[in-house]
Design a protein around this ligand. Sequence first.
Ligand SMILES: [Zn+2]
Length: 280
Amino acid sequence: MPELPEVETVCRGLAPHLEGRVLTRVVQRRPDLRFPFPPKFCERLTGRRVSAVRRRAKYILMHLDDGTVLLAHLGMSGRMVISPAPAPEPATHDHVIFETDEGTVVTFNDARRFGMMDLTEEGALAEHPMLRSLGPEPLGNDFSGPVLAERLAGRMSPIKAALLDQTVVAGLGNIYVAEALFHAGLSPTRMAATVTGAKAERLARCIRDVLARAIEAGGSTLRDHRQASGELGYFQHQFSVYDREGEPCPGCTCNLAKTGGIQRIVQSGRSTFYCSHRQR
Ligand SMILES: [Zn+2]
């Protein structure tokens, strides 16, 4: 499932091919993804120039020259594939095809169809049902220790669950919450409201750091592999605790027998990986 760094990587990969380009052809190959496409989807996009490709949480925002914004979410399995025109024969799960005046084809492929696309207006973007309740952007200027502490205040749920709540911080998923809590030395089971002051400061910094490092790794993947496959968004990344149950903790100097290594627990039906020795 693409997390924020993957979506950011997709946006950065799309930008040089789409920004400033006119969409000369848009093909929609089915009536819906997770939700129906908006009416006249292709007509409203065709002939428009793309002014910018941006990201908000895990949404790709394609801004067009007439003030329309295409909002896209990759869902569980969505990906964007870039290829030169003419568009190749569509594969089974190719649902939307964009072609630019520069002769680039961007294909949205989504086998499980949990992705979505919608059209809105620039001025109504912040109030879009998918965006209006989102918390601050973790890599944005509005995110800090005090902001995080304020959003966690009074919350009796475990900090892990609170960070997955998109109204607290936007765009965080299971992997990067585990990583950020590890680096901040905070137990995922700790009550959210107890993360205040210096702890909140440290956690906010670690959230930004793990995301920034992953985006950097995504950037190198783009440089290395874009030409080869044309596929954007997925990359191998070394995690400190995520999916490493039983392995030695990279943060502990004492031996595995004493600490038990990285543990896995299940919280709200999802796996959490952490070091009970280091994270309190
Ligand atoms: Zn440890």
